[in-house]
Design a protein around this ligand. Structure first.
Ligand SMILES: *[C@@H]1O[C@H](CO)[C@@H](O)[C@H](O)[C@H]1NC(C)=O
Length: 428
């Protein structure tokens, strides 16, 4: 019943109402700015100026009355504006819920078609394979404590998860403050030590304490990579409990609600290390061997890797197998977890190897942005000031903390100079 009602709210009227609320809000904002050019603090100053301009005794009283009248109206409009802002946040939540239900409905229809084919293959253009796998049956017995916690935190059975220890405390703070700022409550920090767990508790950040048990070959690779290997192992439980996870490293700043920008149609949806359409989404890279003469050109498939610092993973069998494969390989070899993650996702079956064949989607690299796109390209574009990504991952730069702070300065505090002084890349 609940689902039906929610679906009933879809359609153009719902979006008109959202647009309507936004437009009203903007008009009120403009009106407010017109009445009070100096903001809240300036109200008494501007009325004093009014007296200076009109020193005639009789009209002062009249003017006083008019100002009082206007003040009351402004106060009323301010209250209304606050109410509309709250309403707007609520509408975004409803929109996400509707997206999730619609996306699940589409997936269910395709799954049904695939499981019970009508016998004949339809005409050209009507044949569609399944890329949205069915979710696994949740099994709470793998971790009842975590199950209870996730029941409280998750919304629409999804949440942001980050794995952190005390070494990255400053970045973690920018990370969770940015998530809180965009109104997201379904997020969780997996704390690998007591210091970071109590730090989270002090800041009202949902936290789950977990010991870092790291395999021997990973242990020697330095703290950052050690966490990376562990995260695929820790993620498994979330999926087995039936939750979709937006896994996020801590060197990421959230500027919009990410759940508003997911497609939920693949096992893995990931941000890209690519910096334009072809590198992010794939292209034919032609390699040349002149000694071959007529067949000198060989075509190769290229795509910049999925960034394993920010990906959305649905609780499906291929997803869980992916985590297991990556964990198993990282426990045996000294390898970079992101490389292993991509190999398992992309390599097809071949002699001696069975490919995973999970479905995957690259997220829009202008929405889920890496720091190369921001610092080398976007900040030099003409419409830079008007554009706000969903997330920015400072993955291409070693001065992570400074750049994260500057990103907050620019996008949140409106300091348009905040990003200027950084070089495109690192200096060396
Ligand atoms: C990149 O792709 C998008 C659609 O995915 C398109 O709108 C845009 O024009 C493309 N940009 C370039 C430079 O080709």
């Amino acid at each position: 019943m609940g689902k039906k009602e929610m679906l009933g709210e879809r359609g153009p009227t719902r979006y008109y109402r959202i647009a309507y609320a936004v437009i009203i809000g903007m008009i009120m904002g403009l009106f407010w700015a017109y009445l009070r050019p100096n903001g809240l603090m300036g109200s008494s100053v501007s009325s004093t100026r009014g007296f200076e301009r009109m020193p005639v005794g009789g009209s002062v009283k009249k003017l006083d009355g008019a100002i009082l009248n206007l003040e009351a109206k402004v106060a009323m409009l301010e209250r209304e504006l606050g109410r509309l802002e709250k309403e707007n946040a609520k509408l975004i939540k409803i929109k996400i819920r509707n997206d999730v239900l619609q996306q699940e409905r589409n997936a269910a229809m395709k799954q049904l078609e695939a499981l019970s084919p009508s016998g004949k293959v339809g005409p050209v253009g009507t044949v569609k394979s399944v890329r949205t796998q069915q979710k696994v049956q949740p099994d709470e017995s793998v971790n009842p404590n975590l199950a209870a916690l996730l029941k409280k935190i998750a919304i629409n059975e999804e949440l942001i998860v980050s794995i952190s220890n005390n070494n990255v405390r400053d970045m973690l703070q920018i990370w969770f403050e940015s998530i809180q700022r965009v109104g997201v409550t379904n997020y969780l920090v997996v704390a690998l030590d007591d210091e970071i767990a109590s730090f989270c508790n002090e800041h009202n950040v949902p936290v789950y304490r977990r010991d870092a048990t790291i395999s021997k070959s990973q242990a020697g690779t330095g703290s950052n990579h050690a966490i990376s290997g562990l995260k695929f192992h820790l993620l498994r439980e979330f999926l087995v409990l039936g939750y979709s996870v937006l896994l996020s490293d801590v060197d990421i700043v959230f500027l919009q609600n990410p759940f508003n920008h997911l497609h939920r149609d693949c096992d893995v949806e990931s941000m890209s290390d690519g910096f334009n359409n072809i590198t992010a989404y794939g292209y034919d890279d032609v390699s040349e061997d002149p000694t071959m003469g007529w067949s000198r050109f060989a075509h190769t498939m290229r795509i910049w890797v999925f960034n394993s610092g920010l990906f959305y993973i649905r609780p499906t069998v291929p997803s869980i197998e992916l985590l297991d494969r990556v964990t198993a390989r990282l426990s045996k070899e000294k390898a970079w977890d992101q490389a292993v993650f991509n190999e398992e996702l992309f390599n097809p079956s071949h002699p001696g190897y069975e490919g995973l064949h999970a479905s995957r989607r690259v997220l829009d690299f202008y929405l889920f942005m890496n720091s190369k796109v921001l610092f080398k390209h976007l900040r030099k574009e003409a419409n830079f000031a008007e554009y706000k990504p969903v997330t920015i991952h400072v993955n291409y730069h070693p001065d992570k903390l400074e750049r994260m702070r500057a990103i907050v300065d620019h996008y949140v505090k409106g300091n348009t100079n905040a990003l200027r002084h950084f070089p495109d890349g690192s200096e060396r």
